[in-house]
Design a protein around this ligand. Structure first.
Ligand code: ADP
Ligand code: MG
Length: 421
């Protein structure tokens, strides 16, 4: 998902664009979804996944836009001066069109510069626990004015023995319900979780686990099938295996739309999820899908990226993806949390050539299944389509015959088998 879909304050969005960010990382997407609503989060995500921008964007948006904590100050606690400097740099870049005042505060350097900056009134204060507490105890840093608390690299902070300092700092701030609280870490240990629960208001716990290259618990299957009988094969597989839900991927928007309609015409409860749908609608579709309101979701990669769809029984690659990482990403939606899952792929004329790169990327050959004749089911959507076409074509002499031939071929599973390869 792109940052411009978030409806951010225009000056902030411009800063993000200038910074060169377009697509959100997974952790940014999941975090911002929660924090832009003003809720608290405790986020676990690997190093290098973009956690800094996730909290900085939240802070900028709330401080400059109408929100509960508009114009309140933000405190970011970090374990080291290097990290403080790095975050300050990133903040200045995003702040380019906004003009908030930002400063970093850490030990080992004189007070003069830091005091001068505090006197002017710093909107975003980034610092290490010792120096922050010191400045607060000397009356230079008025923690009661802060509406935001960010604890970055929480585990490292607590491993380094800063728990007591951090608790003292938090106690000087307004009560937890009067601030927005965010905690970030590469791992979330017991102390970090405890702090999140005790000092934050019902934080949403977000864990972004890296996509493993292939998941052992996923059974992968590959069918070579001519594209004009792919639908028959998919219907047959859905009927034979009757999964309670499945996520079906196509490479193009229009095929996702069409496939979902065809599934409906064949009596399967399905919806499509494509990038042209508004974000709200997409989120609602996912919610309904995960709640079991319908069983089959047909999606494109762009629409599904970063969205939280998992715990699926089956993933079907109706089209083999062009990008090998997308293959891993797609099939990784099934077999979560130790459960087993199935990933079925259809290789056809247009997409079979993507296989080589995928198989070398995942380091294995996807086991090939032969589709027996009885696995091809009748496609009932053809009949209604054909009727419509037939009506339109009657005026165009000579074309009816070829349609009629096609109709039989696609409708009749016995005839269809000849085209399976
Ligand atoms: P973390 O705090 O999770 O370890 P950082 O916030 O330091 O990760 O980000 C890691 C790198 O990714 C930085 O170089 C940052 O500029 C870059 N980055 C962050 N978000 C994006 C994005 N949406 N698109 C491209 N690069 C990004
Ligand atoms: Mg970080």
């Amino acid at each position: 998902m792109n940052f411009n879909e978030l409806n951010l304050e225009p000056r902030l969005l411009q800063g993000i664009v200038d910074r060169g960010y377009k697509e959100m990382t997974a952790v940014q997407e999941q975090t911002l979804d929660v924090t832009l609503q003003g809720l608290d989060v405790a986020v676990q995500s690997q190093t290098g996944t973009g956690k800094t921008a996730a909290f900085l964007i939240t802070l900028f948006e709330h401080i400059i836009r109408n929100s509960t904590y508009k114009r309140k100050k933000a405190l970011i606690i970090v374990p080291t001066r290097e990290l403080a400097v790095q975050i300050e740099k990133e903040a200045h870049l995003l702040n380019h069109h906004i003009g908030l005042s930002i400063g970093s505060f850490f030990g080992g350097v004189g007070y003069a510069g830091q005091l001068a900056s505090l006197k002017k009134g710093t909107d975003i204060v980034i610092g290490t626990p010792g120096r922050l507490l010191d400045l607060s105890q000397k009356g230079h840093l008025k923690l009661e004015n802060f509406g935001f608390l960010v604890i970055d690299e929480a585990d490292r902070l607590f491993d380094m023995g800063f728990l007591a300092d951090i608790t003292s700092i938090i106690r000087k701030m307004p009560p937890r319900h009067a601030r927005q609280n965010m905690l970030f870490s590469a791992t979330l240990n017991r102390v970090s979780r405890k702090i999140a629960i005790e000092h934050m208001k019902r934080p949403v716990f977000i864990e972004v686990t890296p996509e493993k290259l292939t998941v052992d618990t996923i059974t992968q299957e590959l069918y070579h099938v001519k594209s004009h009988v792919k639908m028959n094969l998919m219907l047959g597989i859905l009927k034979a295996k009757s999964p309670h839900n499945a996520l079906i991927f196509t490479n193009m928007r229009h095929s996702a739309f069409r496939l979902s309609k065809n599934l409906q015409q064949n009596g399967f409860r399905s919806q499509h999820l494509t990038g042209d749908l508004p974000q709200n609608r997409r989120l609602n579709i996912i919610k309904d899908f995960m709640a079991g309101k319908f069983a089959f979701l047909v999606a494109t990669d762009v629409a599904a990226r970063g969205l939280h769809i998992d715990d699926l029984e089956m993933v079907i690659n109706y089209d083999i993806p062009q990008d090998c990482e997308n293959y891993v990403h797609r099939i990784g939606r099934t077999a979560r949390a130790g459960k087993s899952g199935k990933a079925i792929s259809f290789a056809s004329e247009g997409t079979a050539n993507h296989l080589e790169a995928i198989e070398s990327f995942i380091g294995m050959k996807i086991p090939v299944q032969i589709a027996e004749d009885n696995l091809f089911a009748t496609d009932n959507s053809i009949r209604s389509d054909f009727r419509k076409k037939f009506r339109n074509d009657r005026s165009e002499k000579g074309r009816t015959k070829s349609h009629s031939k096609n109709f039989h071929r696609r409708k009749n599973p016995d005839r269809a088998r000849q085209y399976a390869v």
